[in-house]
Design a protein around this ligand. Structure first.
Ligand code: ZN
Length: 178
């Protein structure tokens, strides 16, 4: 089989392109333009498809991402620097909030009185006798602070379903802004 031979295949393609040079030069930009036009006209469709695909392949993507970072530390650094320059304030707020969380402004007795205030029930589904976790009513990612005023008891199920949705939006099942 000649096609199994990589070098012979490459040689054949090179010959074919040389013989059909005029057509090739004419066809390539047209094809490029057509696919560009399609992409532009189907932005929503493409985004939805991409999102779905990423969701399905999340594990593989995370792995790939990790190994790419390990293999390209300099490129990673460059990309990070560019993001940092454009998002200094977001980053500083996140650092501040992380620091506050580490110091721990919510004491054990704070947490006990918070739970008592909610009758030892989950603040969202109101079910008692759950293993209660500390939930930031306004998520730290949205600028909420690790203070007793911003902590409510939540069962593990509600806490994991809520993720980074602010409490008000979660209770009323409103979609958070992107
Ligand atoms: Zn709950």
């Amino acid at each position: 089989m000649p096609w199994k031979d990589k070098n012979r295949r490459r040689e054949y393609m090179r010959k074919w392109r040389a013989e059909n040079r005029a057509w090739w030069l004419n066809y390539r930009p047209k094809q490029y333009e057509a696919s560009r036009r399609w992409r532009r006209n189907n932005k929503e469709k493409r985004l939805a498809w991409l999102r779905e695909w990423m969701e399905k392949n999340r594990k593989i993507l995370t792995e790939k991402h990790r190994s790419w970072i390990a293999a390209n530390p300099q490129a990673r650094r460059r990309i990070w620097n560019r993001w940092y320059r454009a998002n200094v304030e977001t980053w500083n707020l996140a650092v501040k909030n992380r620091r506050l969380k580490r110091v721990g402004v919510v004491s054990k007795s704070d947490w006990e009185s918070i739970k008592a205030k909610y009758d030892n029930r989950c603040a969202y589904c109101k079910l008692p006798d759950q293993k209660l976790t500390q939930d930031h009513f306004i998520p730290l990612a949205k600028g909420g602070l690790h203070t007793p005023e911003n902590i409510v008891p939540a069962c593990q199920s509600c806490n994991s379903r809520k993720r980074d949705t602010p409490g008000v939006l979660f209770i009323h099942k409103i979609d958070p802004e992107p």
